[in-house]
Structure formats: C-alpha cells, structure tokens
Design a protein around this ligand. Structure first.
Ligand SMILES: *[C@@H]1O[C@H](CO)[C@@H](O)[C@H](O)[C@H]1NC(C)=O
Ligand SMILES: *[C@@H]1O[C@H](CO)[C@@H](O)[C@H](O)[C@H]1NC(C)=O
Ligand SMILES: *[C@@H]1O[C@H](CO)[C@@H](O)[C@H](O)[C@H]1NC(C)=O
Ligand SMILES: *[C@@H]1O[C@H](CO)[C@@H](O)[C@H](O)[C@H]1NC(C)=O
Ligand SMILES: *[C@@H]1O[C@H](CO)[C@@H](O)[C@H](O)[C@H]1NC(C)=O
Ligand SMILES: *[C@@H]1O[C@H](CO)[C@@H](O)[C@H](O)[C@H]1NC(C)=O
Ligand SMILES: *[C@@H]1O[C@H](CO)[C@@H](O)[C@H](O)[C@H]1NC(C)=O
Ligand SMILES: *[C@@H]1O[C@H](CO)[C@@H](O)[C@H](O)[C@H]1NC(C)=O
Ligand SMILES: *[C@@H]1O[C@H](CO)[C@@H](O)[C@H](O)[C@H]1NC(C)=O
Ligand SMILES: *[C@@H]1O[C@H](CO)[C@@H](O)[C@H](O)[C@H]1NC(C)=O
Ligand SMILES: *[C@@H]1O[C@H](CO)[C@@H](O)[C@H](O)[C@H]1NC(C)=O
Ligand SMILES: *[C@@H]1O[C@H](CO)[C@@H](O)[C@H](O)[C@H]1NC(C)=O
Length: 551
C-alpha cells in the first residue's frame, strides 16, 4: 500500500492506482465546474516523528456532505465525526506520505489532500578510524558516516576537532559520507576529532536536533633524521658501574618514545626523559665478564624504530700488588720485593726492570741497610686493551730497623766554655726506632740539656756520658766539658802585672842607688824607697781591658 502513495507527488497527479481517484482525476481534468465546496485535509502537525501517530480532520463547508473518508496507506482509525467533518487517527508513519480526504456534496465529489513529512534521527553517526600514527606535515582524511536520518534536506554533517568546526556539508547518499582533508601538525597530537549531525526542523516549527559521534584521538609524529647518539666508554673495567647515555633528537612526540637498551644479552632498565623533541635514556650498567660486548640503543615510536650499536671492551686489570718479605726488616737481613701482575695479560716493571713475561711477577732482593730505611719501591703495570695501553702504579715503603748510633761528627767531644755564658750542647743520635738521647755528668749524675741553650756554670765542668737508647740497644760516648772561671784569670793577670811592676821599680831603684854611689863613692841601699812604686799600682780592670784583645 505504501508504494501506492509516493511522496512528493502533487495532490492532483494522475497515476494513482485507486479507481476512485482515477475517476476523480478524469472528472477534475475537464475543469470540475460543479465543485463549489472544498474538502480540507487538516493535519495537526505536518511533520511527525517516525512511528508516531497524528490526527487528520477532513472537514467541509458543504451544508449536506456525504461519505467523508480518508484515503491513506497508513493505518487509520476514525476518532469522531460531526456535521461536515470526520476525524481519523493515523499511526506508524514511517515515510513521508500524502493523506487524501474525499466526500460528496450534492452528489459532486470533493477531495482535499495534505503532505506528511516524517522525521527520523540517524541510526548511526560515526567518524571512521583515523590512522594509528599520522606523520606531521602530511594530509590525512576525516570521514564521517551518517546512516539513516530524515528528512535529508534538513540534515547537515559537521566535522570537528575538539569544538572547532572543520567542515560542514549536507548529508548525501545512504549512508551519507562526508570527508575533509586535514594537514597534520604537532598540535593535532592527542586531539579529539568527531562529527556531528544536525537535523534542523526549526523551519517546521520544531527544534534543531544534534547528535555527535564518539570522538577519536589522533596521534601525530615527526621522524628524526639521525640515529640515536650513544655515549659509552670504549673500555670498561670488570665490575665497575658506569652510565650509558642514549639521545635522539627530532623525534615527536618524544614523550611516547619507547627505548630499549641492551648490553650483550642483558637488558638495561633506562630512565627516559624528554625535552622538546629530544629523548634521553640513561642507564647504569656493570659487567662481570671480560671480553668484547655490544651495546644497543633502540628507540621505537609507532611502527618505526631507530637503532645505534657500539662495541666496548671489558677488561680486568687488578694490581699491581707490591709485597715486601718483611715490611720492617732489621739491618743486614735480606728483603725480597715482589710485584705481582693482576691478570694474565698485565706486564709489570719493578723499579723500571720489567718482568720476564706478561702475567709474571717481578722480583728483587736487597740487603737491608740504614740507607734503605724509608726507601720507596715503585711497580708499574701496563695492560694493552684494544690497541690502547693502560697504566697503573703501586708503591711500597720499606722500614729498616737500625741503630741506635751517635754521630761522632755531630757530637763534639771536647768543649771549652766560660762560666756564666750561654751555650748549646749539640749532639744527635740516629736509629729506627727513634733513639732517646741523654747526657749525664759523671759523679753527680746530673743531666744536661741537649740541643737547647742553657747557662753554663762552673758546676757543669766535668765529663759527661751521652747515651742513645732504643728497643734495639744502646750506644754511649763521653763528652768533656771544661768550664773556666773568668775572674780567676783576671786575678792571675793582675798578679802578673804586679810582679812586673815590682821588678821594674826595684830595678829602677837599684840603678839610682848605684849611680849615687858612683858619684859619692858610697854605696848604700835605701830601704824606705822600695815602698814608693807600690803606690802607683793601676786598677785591675784597666789591666784586664788592655789585655783582653790578646785573648
Ligand atoms: C474538525 O473540524 C471541524 C470544523 O473545523 C471542527 O468543528 C471539529 O471539532 C474538528 N474535529 C476535531 C476532532 O478536531
Ligand atoms: C509500523 O510499520 C512497520 C512497517 O511499515 C511495521 O513493520 C510495524 O509492525 C508497524 N508497527 C505497528 C505498531 O503497527
Ligand atoms: C594537503 O592538502 C591540500 C589540499 O587539500 C593541498 O593543497 C596540500 O598540498 C596537501 N599537502 C600535502 C603535504 O599533501
Ligand atoms: C580527548 O578526549 C580524551 C578522553 O575523552 C581526553 O582525556 C583528552 O583530554 C581529550 N583531548 C583533548 C585535547 O581535549
Ligand atoms: C544520540 O545518539 C544516542 C545514541 O547513539 C541516543 O541515545 C540519543 O538519543 C541521540 N540523541 C539525539 C538527539 O538523537
Ligand atoms: C647524556 O648526554 C647528554 C648529551 O650528550 C648530556 O647532556 C647529559 O648530561 C648526559 N647525561 C649523563 C648522565 O651522562
Ligand atoms: C648471555 O650470554 C651469555 C653468553 O654470551 C650466556 O652465558 C648467558 O647465559 C646469557 N644470559 C642470558 C640471560 O641469556
Ligand atoms: C627495536 O625494538 C623494537 C620494539 O621492541 C623491535 O620491534 C625492533 O625489532 C627493534 N629493532 C631492532 C633493530 O632490533
Ligand atoms: C663491533 O664489532 C663487530 C665485530 O667485531 C663489528 O662487525 C662491528 O662493525 C663493530 N661495530 C662498531 C660500531 O664498531
Ligand atoms: C713508573 O711510575 C712512576 C710513578 O708514576 C713514574 O714516575 C715512572 O716513570 C714509571 N716508570 C716506568 C718505567 O713507567
Ligand atoms: C748481604 O750481607 C751479608 C752479610 O752482611 C752478605 O753475606 C751477603 O752477601 C749480602 N748479600 C748481598 C746480596 O749483598
Ligand atoms: C775541671 O775538670 C777537670 C777535669 O775534668 C779538672 O782537671 C779541672 O781542674 C777542673 N777545673 C775546675 C775549675 O774545677
């Protein structure tokens, strides 16, 4: 029945298969001059939701109308009639249709029609899947499909990025597909794209109905022009912790880069950081096995990966270990110095003399002498790793036990000092362990300070016994300290002067007396005159001063 009333046909169109309508058609075509009264098909609302029901009132001004009916493909139910009218409830409107009222007025047929527009929301509004990863700077297509929905003339599809409208087009086709080309940028990374249908029934006195598709998130990326930059040392010692640094520039979005760092078959657990378009992965590694190793840094974004490999050599280089057979050797004993290589390929040299072969120890022997005390022995070790020579040194100090000995040259054994003068008693002893040195006066047993100034007194006159002592024994020498009294010497000088003066005076007196006798012929010794010269004796000090330059 639905096909019998195609939508959009003009109310008076011929071709309606109903016989009655054909008759009407043929009757009307000549001009229908007999019709004076109209039959109206009044619809409550000409726009109805799909599946909805509505009321149609067929009414006429004819004073005595007859047989008012409603012609429709929809199921109808009379809901009432009165003079000049009949009302019907139509239900389940699924497509646009036409309702036709017919009746008779004075045996003349009257008809009236009305169009029903059915509106329906689309069953599906969908944004088709976006590329999983979209390169920055390349175009991609947004596709939105809208299935169903009526009337199509009122249906528009809008493509959106977030809330921003990218494109707006009328729905066309079934399902309607609307596309838009978008140039992907970094801003589009993680942006939500969607589409929205708009069924605008405002001209029909209804609202604007909208419904949106589920959003789809886009991921955009930019590719680097280089491979990752891997920073690792060329050589590494077994067991040491070191850091690996892998950096890649120009990869967007850096925050989504997955990094794999592996050393040989050992997977490292890197810390990944990103700043702008730079990704840096840092890990700490340690290897327990000697030999060549390969380190791989692999950065992955989407389905692309970038990789850098580096070789590194793991070596073992312990020592050199320097040993003394006796770290503290008594003087005269034989000491063996040994330098051990810390690995089969390590070449050692002890005091510049290389060992016979790599891995062999270097050794030498010496007679411990006093001169060897505190002597430092050096051992150098070299290891060739991948064409490069690595050096390592070790040293050890020998202690020789000797002494105690007092240095005769540094310890004067005869001293001539004046009373009340300040002097230092110099004396030194050597030995390991350090000896204790003391000087005691023979007889009194009094100690005299060594190496520090002291006031020399007459009581210091005498012989001293100086003794150096350590756990290894003792060594003694004698020191004679001659202390002279400076006053005693001055008295001697004064006495000497008196004697000389006396002799001179007596001689002068004798000459005078002899001369008088010669002249008088009498020789007499004048006893009293001898006391004269004694009165002219000089002060002691002056004599002492005159003589002092002679000393
Ligand atoms: C149908 O129209 C007539 C005349 O306009 C009116 O008197 C009558 O009440 C209407 N019937 C309904 C059910 O609206
Ligand atoms: C409405 O019409 C459709 C087809 O036009 C039909 O399948 C459905 O059963 C009808 N519903 C009612 C309630 O009459
Ligand atoms: C992207 O598309 C626009 C028009 O849709 C075109 O002018 C432009 O050349 C395209 N760009 C690329 C990189 O393909
Ligand atoms: C896109 O949608 C997701 C989830 O609906 C939301 O978490 C995210 O913030 C949105 N992105 C933008 C750029 O608005
Ligand atoms: C929009 O779509 C959802 C489900 O697709 C539906 O539940 C909702 O009623 C629709 N809204 C409108 C206004 O059509
Ligand atoms: C890693 O390398 C980068 C650049 O080469 C440098 O800036 C950074 O400090 C390095 N980090 C470490 C832990 O070595
Ligand atoms: C790694 O490789 C070494 C030999 O190169 C092997 O002995 C070891 O078992 C491997 N380890 C793992 C976890 O595969
Ligand atoms: C890098 O890692 C990715 C992800 O694990 C992997 O698919 C790819 O094969 C790796 N590349 C190489 C060269 O090993
Ligand atoms: C690492 O060593 C292997 C074999 O020794 C060699 O083929 C490869 O080129 C080396 N790689 C680098 C980066 O030197
Ligand atoms: C051994 O090492 C010492 C200290 O570094 C250095 O002075 C000396 O020249 C080295 N000797 C040799 C033979 O390398
Ligand atoms: C070490 O000294 C002892 C005795 O003093 C002597 O017999 C020996 O030959 C010396 N050895 C060396 C290596 O000089
Ligand atoms: C000082 O001592 C020496 C012997 O040690 C002795 O001959 C001399 O008379 C002494 N001199 C004095 C002033 O006591």
């Amino acid at each position: 029945m639905a096909a019998m009333v195609p939508s959009g046909l003009p109310p008076a169109a011929c071709g309606t298969p109903l016989i009655s309508l054909l008759l009407v058609c043929c009757l009307l075509l000549p001009g229908a001059p007999g019709q004076q009264f109209q039959l109206r098909a009044e619809v409550q609302s000409p726009v109805v939701p799909a599946g909805g029901s509505f009321l149609v009132n067929c009414s006429s001004d004819c004073p005595n109308p007859e047989l008012i009916t409603l012609e429709t493909s929809l199921s109808k139910e009379p809901v009432g009639n009165g003079l000049g009218w009949a009302a019907f409830q139509l239900s389940n409107a699924t497509t646009d249709s036409q309702v036709l009222c017919s009746g008779f007025c004075n045996r003349v047929q009257m008809i009236g029609s009305s169009n029903i527009i059915v509106y329906r929301f689309p069953e599906r509004v969908e944004l088709l899947p976006l590329p999983r990863w979209q390169p920055v700077g390349e175009n991609f297509t947004l596709r939105c499909q809208v299935a169903g929905g009526a009337p199509r003339t009122s249906l528009t599809v809008v493509l959106l990025r977030g809330e921003e409208e990218l494109s707006r087009k009328p729905a066309f086709g079934e399902p309607a597909e609307i596309t838009a080309t978008v140039l992907a940028g970094r801003d589009d990374h993680l942006a939500n794209f969607s589409c929205r249908m708009e069924l605008d029934l405002r001209p029909q006195g209804l609202e604007l109905f909208q419904n949106s598709s589920a959003p789809r998130q886009l991921r955009t990326f930019a590719l680097p022009v280089t491979t990752p930059h891997l920073v690792v040392p060329r050589f590494l010692e077994v067991g040491t912790n070191w850091s690996v640094n892998c950096t890649l520039d120009g990869l967007f979005p850096a925050s989504e880069v997955q990094v794999q760092l592996a050393l040989g078959n050992q997977t490292l657990n890197p810390t990944v950081e990103s700043h702008g378009d730079t990704t840096t992965a840092t890990a700490t590694a340690s290897v327990e096995q000697e030999g060549a190793q390969e380190i791989v840094c692999n950065m992955t974004l989407g389905s692309d990966s970038w990789e850098t490999r580096e070789n590194l050599t793991i070596y073992s280089f312990q020592g050199p270990i320097l040993n003394l057979s006796e770290p503290s050797a008594p003087e005269g004993t034989a000491v063996t110095v040994t330098c051990l290589a810390g690995g089969a390929r390590v070449q050692v040299a002890l005091e510049g003399v290389p060992a016979a072969a790599p891995g062999q120890p270097a050794q030498f022997q010496l007679n411990a002498t006093e001169r060897d005390d505190r002597r430092i022995f050096f051992c150098n070790a070299t290891l060739e790793v991948d064409g490069e020579i690595l050096h390592r040194n070790s040293s050890v100090q020998l202690r020789v036990l000797y002494g105690p000995k007092i240095d005769q040259a540094k310890c004067p054994q005869r001293l001539m000092w004046k009373d009340k003068t300040i002097h230092v008693l110099q004396c030194q002893a050597r030995g390991n362990p350090d000896p204790q040195l003391h000087c005691f006066q023979e007889g009194s047993g009094k100690e005299v300070p060594i190496g520090i100034p002291f006031l020399v007194r007459l009581k210091h006159n005498g012989t001293y016994s100086c003794e150096a002592a350590s756990s290894r024994g003792r060594h003694t020498i004698n020191v004679v300290m001659n202390v002279r009294d400076r006053n005693a010497r001055a008295v001697n000088i004064v006495l000497g002067v008196f004697v000389v003066l006396g002799v001179v005076t007596i001689s002068a007196a004798l000459l005078y007396v002899f001369d008088m006798h010669k002249r008088s012929g009498v020789y007499r010794v004048n006893q009293g005159s001898t006391s004269l010269p004694l009165t002219s004796k000089q002060p002691e000090e002056a004599v002492g001063e005159d003589k002092s330059p002679a000393r």
